[in-house]
Write a protein that binds this ligand. Structure first.
Ligand code: SAM
Length: 318
């Protein structure tokens, strides 16, 4: 074999050799069965009946194409029903059966937080995220070293509280002043006022760009971007346009010895494979494992499985 042939072969194999990337695992269905203060009681006919602490709540759920199992009288007796009138999350209002307070107390794994009926049909917690909370808490505890976590689009702060309680120093970013205020209330309600969490009202894209410039790094990153959102100064967030750059930037914010990255995406007409490949691309050159699939809630008593969102997550210790 001539030298030039050898070189050509090397070039050919370099071109076809798969680039180093994490091990890929999909589809993965991560199921939440509920806990003392949360249950999916029934679903069907485009709605779901859930228990959030002391209240039973009915909300629209377009994935529930099937027929409800419980009698209509059980649904009618719910304390609060969100009556949607259009496709948009804000097109609707709550109809209350019983007088309800402004807020009510709930707990997840001994972390107290407040429920609240919002104009966006949400009540302050996305219960299917519990599977991620447990996973990230395990990773932070197992790392057994100071861990810095960045929670982007962090909403009312449950993931931040779980991470901080597990021992991490947390930076929590959300564009909504109300959400940041609620997250601060939750820190008090959780009985964890001294844990190191910085609550910052800021556009996630701008914050990430600034951290990149400053050279600040994180051992774990959580991002749960909406399909469409606005930063505090009207900055537009559109998941399809902005997610690739955002994920690449997040990968660049990881420390030299990072632990995890968790991406969740709601309400997007996409496949978990899109998240899977994008996450793997953003983390190219690393070991570990990327697993992707859907976050699912199981009806109480082992009933049907309701898909809520797509996810992709990477762990350094695959
Ligand atoms: C789907 S919620 C997150 C749910 C939360 N991670 C949980 O598990 O409870 C999306 C959040 O993104 C915030 N948001 C929207 N656009 C944003 C932007 N450009 N920068 C930062 N946060 C934004 C919203 O205020 C909202 O609180």
């Amino acid at each position: 074999m001539t030298a030039s042939t050898t070189q050509r072969n090397d070039l050919a194999s370099a071109a076809t050799r798969p680039a180093r990337r994490p091990r890929m695992q999909a589809p993965v269905m991560l199921e939440t069965e509920g806990w003392a203060d949360y249950a999916l009681l029934d679903s069907g006919h485009g709605r779901k009946l859930e228990r959030y602490g002391r209240y039973r709540v009915v909300r629209p759920e377009e994935q529930a194409l099937w027929t409800p199992r419980m009698d209509a009288s059980v649904w009618d007796a719910a304390d609060a029903t969100f009556v949607g009138i259009g496709d948009e999350e804000t097109d609707g209002r709550w109809r209350m059966k019983t007088p309800v307070g402004d807020t009510w107390p709930m707990r997840y794994d001994d972390i107290g937080f407040l429920g609240r009926f919002t104009a966006f049909r949400h009540v302050g917690v996305f219960p299917e995220q519990a599977t991620h909370w447990q996973w990230l808490a395990e990773r932070i505890a197992a790392a057994n070293r100071p861990t810095k976590v960045l929670n982007l689009f962090g909403y009312t702060g449950l993931a931040s509280l779980v991470a901080a309680r597990a021992g991490a120093e947390v930076v929590h970013i959300d564009a909504s002043k109300k959400a940041i205020g609620w997250a601060r209330e939750n820190q008090v309600e959780a009985g964890l006022p001294d844990l190191p969490i910085r609550w910052i009202c800021e556009d996630a894209v701008k914050f990430v760009a600034r951290e990149e410039r400053r050279g600040n790094r994180y051992d774990g990153i959580i991002l749960d971007p909406p399909k469409f959102g606005r930063g505090p100064k009207g900055e537009v967030w559109d998941i399809f346009a902005a997610l690739p750059d955002m994920l690449r930037a997040c990968a660049g914010l990881l420390t030299d010895n990072p632990s995890f990255l968790i991406l969740t995406a709601y309400s997007i007409r996409s496949s978990f494979l899109s998240m899977h490949e994008l996450t793997a691309e953003a983390l190219a050159g690393r070991d570990g494992v990327v697993e992707s699939g859907e976050l699912v809630i199981r009806e109480e008593g082992g009933g049907r499985a309701l898909s809520t969102s797509l996810f992709s997550r990477w762990s350094a210790d695959g």
